[in-house]
Design a protein around this ligand. Sequence first.
Ligand code: NAP
Length: 209
Amino acid sequence: MKVAVFGARGKVGAVMAAALSEAGHEVVGIDLGDPVALEGCDAAVDFTQPDAVAGNVATCVAVGIPCVIGTTGFDRDEVEREALAAGVPVFHAPNFAIGAVLMMRFAGEAAKHMPKAEIIELHHETKLDAPSGTAKATAEAMGGNVPIHSVRLPGLVAHQEVILGGQGQTLSIRHDTTSRDAFVPGVLLALVKVRTFAPGLTVGLEKLL
Ligand code: NAP
């Protein structure tokens, strides 16, 4: 496939561009200030920043290119409108790491049996959005109304702990992303499957599994 990678010089985008090339795809890296050369592209990947997503998606879907969005904290309603109007599928996962998806699933299950819970999400200090998309999705999977604490420090990649409390006990469910390689298999899978989705925005790695 020929794949446009928006944000190819960023922390995640650089890992993704290298991994896509290694997997045999042709990569067109597009960063701020670069020409948006989408000719012949079969799909696009976006790991940029929240306010860049709608513009990048609009440019892609206008020429029929499906998008896989990794960026978090963007306006989902706007992207959904763009994708529907163009009749093109767009896929987003707040977290492309399989372990994080399992963490969310286990937290959702545990919340049915424990009366109270809180979420602590920890990320590198340059992450723009807080709370993280993963923390918000976890809270949703747990029925909402779960307090979220955000930590931003150098030395961190992406980590989350869900602590549930009950009578005389706590249960901790923790996921640690130690390398951005963790997001590669999910993005590769999304690139293969995005075309099979209905036009509009589909959210969640679990939809691919
Ligand atoms: P980063 O290192 O800041 O990289 C973002 C890159 O995008 C930068 O190179 C930036 O260029 C570029 N950029 C900004 N606006 C652009 C535009 N309009 N067009 C093209 N490129 C543009 O950030 P990161 O750590 O890689 O994270 C990127 C996003 O991915 C964040 O929203 C983060 O939360 C999300 N993320 C998601 C997952 C997931 O599994 N879904 C995992 C990790 C991260 P400049 O430096 O020149 O501004």
